[in-house]
Design a protein around this ligand. Sequence first.
Ligand SMILES: Nc1ncnc2c1ncn2[C@@H]1O[C@H](COP(=O)(O)OP(=O)(O)OP(=O)(O)O)[C@@H](O)[C@H]1O
Length: 314
Amino acid sequence: MGVEICVEGLTKSFGHQVIWQDVSLTLPAGQVSVMLGPSGTGKSVFLKTLVGLLKPDRGSVKVAGRDVTMLREHELYEVRKLFGVLFQDGALFGSMNLYDNIAFPLREHTRKSESQIRHIVLEKMDMVGLIGSEGKLPGEISGGMRKRAGLARALVLDPEIILFDEPDSGLDPVRVAYLNQLIVDLNAQIDATFLIVTHDIASARQVPDNIGLLFRRELVMFGPREKLLTSDEPVVRQFLNGRMQGPIGMAEEKDAAQVERELARLGDGAHARTPGSQALTPRLLPGPGITRPPRWEAIARREAELHREEVADA
Ligand SMILES: Nc1ncnc2c1ncn2[C@@H]1O[C@H](COP(=O)(O)OP(=O)(O)OP(=O)(O)O)[C@@H](O)[C@H]1O
C-alpha cells in the first residue's frame, strides 16, 4: 500500500550556504507527489536527505514511523530497502547488460535463486516494456530505454516508495508522454508512494496528486494538484506557466518593484483577476488494460465529473 513520509522542520546547509530551511510536508501513502523548483533550489539534495544519504542540520524525516535522520548505518540499510530510486541517467553499470543490471539488487540484497531472479527481472522488464532487450548494453540503447531500465531496477525489490530524480530530463516530448503514462500505470499496479522531482511543467500538471515548489530556500507550497494549479501565488504561477515575468530571475531573485512592473504589464497583478481562475489540465489516468484500484477509480470519477461541468459551463 506504500508508506507515508512525514517531513518536519527540515533544514540543510553546506557550510554557510543554506539550501532550504524549515521544510515540512507529508507525502501521503500510495499517492504521487511532484517537487518542482528552479535549478539549484536543492531538489536533489531533498531526495538524498529523504533516503538518509545526506544528514540535515535540523528536522526529521519519518518513514514508516522511523526517523531516517536519527538512524545508525545498519538501521538505515533496512529502511533504504523500502525505497526504489530512479536516478537521472538511470545509473546503470556500463559493462553489464540490462538483465544483469536489473538483477543486481536481487543478487546483492536477497538470497533468491537464479530462477526466482529470472522470474522477477522478466516481470519488471515486461512492466516497463523492455522485453527482448535483456542482452543489450546501456551504451547501445536510447536515453528513454535507459530510464525504463533504471525504473525496472528500482522496482525489483518491491519498494514501498519510489523516488524519481528528473525522470524526463534528456527525453523528447513523446518519450516524456510515454514515461508519464508508465508512471501512472505503475502507481495503479504497485500502489507505492511516488515522489517525482522534475522541471517538466506539463508532467507536473497531469501526473500527480500533490505538487510542491521549492524557491528562495523554502518550500513555497505543497498540497493537492488542484490547489497549486489554481494558485494565485506569483512564484507558483510563474513557474507553472514557464514565464520570465515574476519573482524568479535567470540567476537570482528580482526585486519586488521589478516583479510588480512585470506582472502589471502582463495584466496579471493579484487584483487583475479572480482568484483560482487558472485552467485545470485533465489528470492522466491509468491506460486501458490496467486494473484500477479504488483510489484510481475515485480519481477517474472525479475527472469525469469535472469534464462534465466544463462542458456544461461552455
Ligand atoms: N555534496 C554537496 N556539497 C556541497 N554543496 C552541494 C552538495 N550537493 C549539492 N550542493 C549544492 O546544493 C545546491 C542544490 O543542488 P541540487 O542539485 O539539489 O539542486 P536541484 O534543485 O536538484 O538543481 P537542478 O534542478 O539543476 O538539478 C547547489 O548549489 C549545489 O551546488
